[in-house]
Design a protein around this ligand. Structure first.
Ligand code: HEM
Ligand SMILES: [Cu+2]
Length: 852
């Protein structure tokens, strides 16, 4: 272990043509290739499931999400069978409710969002010429959480206990529902949402910090831009829903009346929180598919995309705009007319950026020399369907029309047009396009066309008539209808169409799964594409990029004919692994100049254990087994601490690393140079959004309800609240002090601060809990929301205390030194946010009585 004084990169950069032209001796190529192969070898046998690298985890993720999609599709078929003829009694009303709820929820939460993350994890590092994601174990953890949560939620169908209140779980239907169905939805899906956020954090850091040298933001592949935008949207859209779930579950478990109007609550709060998530969700589903189109289109048109900067601006614009539109899902709830008008107009406005992206694609295709390959066929189908869905969307954004067709089959038709066109077709296009990248084999041209025409025709036969069914007045979410209504024929047609879709999927799945052993491996770049992922070796190697190239254009494989050869020779960065470590390159955010040779983690069981126990913490409360939940949660914390302690931010044996081309890079960084610090920052933005949503709840009641707080309400004890805020703020200051003193080498002072800080924080928590003791949360929404804020702060403070103790232990054992202080930087960042949370919560809880 050496505390080198040097901390920054040194040596020539960027590389000159002369440096790149110099050949690498063959024996050196062989030696370094062998080193890399050894470092990246995936585990064998049953240990295969300890793998954490993106190529394995991404694939499992995608297959699992696709599996959930097929299950949800089977539910759809069953519903269609039930609806085929009037007065059918094949499926009971209650079952039918379970089916549409689970169909919608699974399609949205177990397929659409996870599929984006799966594909991104699988291919993003390749687009960026990297070796892996920055935090492979985090991806693996997210994946296992997803599997456990998904199986749990879907499994409830087998016990006839699935949720029944529709995919948006409106109270009071969902709050008054007996049995565990709604709890399964709330807890199971919150668990999955947290995994989705973890993946989003990873993807954002991946795009910002793990690009190849020279890939400035304005030349990175459009796919990476979309990942950044969608990752950001997940970060701000999911937390309000999680906050909503949190309040909702408190109501269901402990009868705290957040959504119960008889005790001051308001079901509208759920609708707001749900749709603040729900509308961006539509774009979260749709933009990643556009991203796939943005990669396929230049390849089939054989020319660079037209209007790169316009596309980026529109994608970012769509991301922002989509947060302002949620109210258009609530046009029939009796909102003031002025806000109807505003949201109606804003909903139409989002057409503009979407249109710009589609026009840029069309322009690229028109000026290019298009080959109608299979991926392009699916993209074309996607555009046709999506545009039709967009047109009905424009109609729906007009409030008076919306009132007419609200909750009819017109909506069902519209939403499937947008989802199939905006998601299913592009994803299948992506499967055809990237299959040779993943498996080094081709899918069948003939079967692919069969699948396309079956699904495309079947889709229109199913959903086109539904517009009419809806206009004729058939409501959605009904399990049957009388003969006299005259909807029988249209429904029969829809049902037949659904089976044609199913046949198409059967062909597609067969094509994916059929043995391809005797088929030849594809050539290196079968589509003759321009982006870096196609530089991967055939036959496959697990190292990702053989050496990480220096990039100067948007389509490096087209513009630099020697690039692949030089990558293969190990001419570029990190061509070897002298100490057998897995590493990837970390670069600066804007210019992507090399900063760090980042060590990434390898195979382990711990992520699986951690996911299992985290699952327990969410699943046990469904059955009101709170003690088991707490025990399981404690085990999860232990697993996560073990994982962090043994594999992150450890002082390296070698402070600097010869990265190739004469460049020497540090192997350790703390603060803003470290990827971990970025991950904490981004996670805390999401966390702060969830907290803000709870606070929004407080002010929502305050402005919307005249009995908030109710007459003669008991308030929190202001002195105790003040004490709690002071103690927690002091704990924050000591944490900051610890970082400062540790950096200055004053270990005694730093450790002293790390002893005092958790004690103060614990005292602060105690004071805060005591301050609300006189309030009875089930009596009215006012005490309930104050308790909710208290729980939020205390739970976060407990995490903060664990972090302080973690750093104390690190300092005592030599994991944390004055120079290797990444952990301290990260926890201070957490405490900055915590301190802000405490101040806001303290102000709301403590000052409310004086102000209200
Ligand atoms: C095989 C193709 C599909 C068929 C035949 C189908 C059919 C249906 C049917 C019959 C309903 C229930 C209508 C009602 O009773 O109100 C429904 C609802 C829904 N579907 Fe699909 N669907 C398909 C694919 C998809 C896909 C791919 C997605 C999303 C990616 C999706 C998302 C939804 C959603 C969100 C709902 C609303 C659920 C609710 O009302 O709570 N569907 N679908
Ligand atoms: Cu919307």
């Amino acid at each position: 272990m050496s505390d080198t004084t040097q901390t920054g990169p040194s040596g020539p950069y960027p590389p000159t043509e002369a440096m790149l032209a110099e050949p690498v001796p063959q024996d050196e190529q062989d030696r370094t290739a062998a080193e890399l192969r050894a470092a990246w070898e995936p585990p064998k046998g049953w240990r295969y499931f300890t793998a954490v690298n993106n190529s394995e985890v991404g694939l499992w993720y995608a297959l699992t999400a696709f599996g959930f999609m097929l299950l949800a599709g089977i539910l759809a078929l069953l519903m269609r069978v039930q609806l085929a003829v009037p007065g059918n009694d094949l499926i009971s009303a209650d079952r039918f409710n379970q089916f549409f709820t689970m169909h919608g929820s699974a399609m949205m939460f177990l397929f659409a969002v996870p599929m984006f993350e799966a594909i991104a994890i699988l291919i993003l590092p390749a687009f960026l010429g990297g070796r892996d994601m920055p935090f492979p174990r985090l991806s693996a953890f997210g994946f296992w959480c997803f599997v456990i949560g998904g199986v749990f939620v879907m499994g409830s169908l087998l016990f006839d206990a699935a949720p029944t209140a529709g995919w948006f779980m409106y109270p009071p239907l969902a709050t008054q529902d007996e049995g565990p169905g709604s709890d399964i939805w709330l807890l199971g899906l919150s668990f999955i949402e947290i995994a989705s956020i973890a993946a989003a954090v990873e993807l954002i850091v991946g795009v910002l910090k793990c690009r190849p040298p020279g890939m400035r933001v304005n030349i990175m592949p459009l796919y990476a831009w979309y990942v950044l935008v969608v990752g950001g949207m997940i970060l701000f859209a999911f937390p309000p829903l999680i906050a909503g779930d949190f309040l909702f579950e408190l109501e269901r478990s402990f009868d705290w009346p957040f959504f119960d109007p008889t005790r001051g609550g308001d079901p509208m709060l759920w609708q707001h929180l749900f749709w603040i998530f729900g509308h961006p969700e539509v774009y979260i589903v749709f933009l990643p598919s556009i991203a796939i189109a943005a990669m396929v289109i230049p390849t089939v048109a054989r020319r660079p995309i037209v209007g790169y900067s316009w596309i980026v601006l529109s994608a970012v614009g769509t991301g922002f705009l989509s947060f302002g539109l949620w109210v258009h899902h609530m046009f029939t709830t009796g909102l003031p007319n002025i806000s109807l008008g505003f949201f109606s107009a804003a909903s139409e406005a989002v057409v503009i950026p979407t249109g710009i992206q589609l026009f840029a694609f069309a322009a690229t295709l028109i000026v290019g020399r298009v080959k109608m390959s299979l991926p392009m066929l699916w993209i074309a189908g996607a555009l046709a369907i999506f545009i039709a869905g967009g047109l009905t969307g424009v109609m729906l954004a007009i409030a008076p029309f919306n009132w007419q067709v609200h909750d009819t089959y017109f909506i069902v038709a519209h939403l499937h047009y947008t989802l199939f066109g905006g998601m299913v077709f592009p994803v299948i296009a992506g499967v055809y396009y990237f299959f040779p990248f993943i498996r080094k084999k081709m899918l069948s041209e003939r079967l692919g066309r069969w699948a396309f025409w079956l699904i495309f025709t079947g889709f229109n036969v199913t959903f086109l008539p539904m517009h009419l069914t809806g206009l004729l007045g058939m409501p959605r979410r009904v399990f049957t209808y009388p003969e006299a209504a005259g909807w029988g024929l249209l429904n029969m047609i829809s049902t037949l169409g659904a089976f044609v879709i199913a046949a198409g999927f059967a062909v597609f799945v067969w094509d994916l799964l059929r043995p391809k052993g005797d088929q030849k491996q594809v050539p290196r770049n079968p589509w003759d594409a321009g982006t870096l992922e196609w530089s991967h070796n055939v036959p496959a190697e697990f190292w990702g990029a053989r050496s990480i190239p220096h990039i100067t254009s948007r389509y490096p494989l087209w513009d630099d004919p020697k690039l692949v050869e030089r990558m293969d020779a190990g001419r570029y960065y990190l061509p070897d692994s002298p100490h057998g470590h897995r590493e990837t390159l970390v670069t600066s955010v804007i210019d992507a100049s090399p900063e760090l040779a980042q060590r990434v983690t390898g195979p382990t069981w711990i992520t699986l254990w951690a996911a299992g126990f985290t699952g327990g913490a969410f699943i046990f409360p469904t059955f009101h087994m709170y003690v088991s939940a707490i025990v399981s949660g404690a085990f999860a914390v232990v697993c996560i601490l073990y994982w962090l302690w043994t594999s992150t931010a450890r002082p390296p044996e070698h402070g600097m690393r010869d990265a190739g081309l004469g460049l020497s890079l540090p192997t350790y960084a703390s603060g803003p140079k470290a990827v971990g610090w970025w991950a904490v920052w981004i996670t805390m933005l999401g966390d702060a959004t969830a907290f803000a949503s709870v606070v929004f709840g407080f002010f929502f009641y305050w402005t919307a309800k005249s009995d908030f707080p109710p007459e003669g309400a008991v308030h929190a004890a202001p002195v105790l609240v003040g004490l709690a805020v002071a103690a927690l703020a002091l704990s924050w200051a000591l944490t900051l002090g610890a970082r400062h003193w540790n950096g200055a080498g004053r270990l005694g002072a730093a450790r002293g601060a790390l002893v005092g800080a958790p004690l103060l924080a614990a005292g602060g928590c105690a004071a805060l809990i005591l301050s609300v003791q006189q309030l009875e949360p089930s009596s009215h929404v006012y005490p309930a929301i104050i308790w909710a804020l208290m729980i939020w702060v205390v739970a976060h403070a407990l995490v903060g205390i664990i972090m302080q103790l973690y750093c104390l232990a690190g300092s005592l054992t030599g994991k944390l030194t004055p120079r290797h202080d990444a952990d301290l930087w990260n926890i201070t960042l957490f405490w900055h946010f915590l301190c802000l949370t405490v101040l806001v919560a303290g102000a709301v809880i403590g000052l409310a009585p004086g102000v209200l």
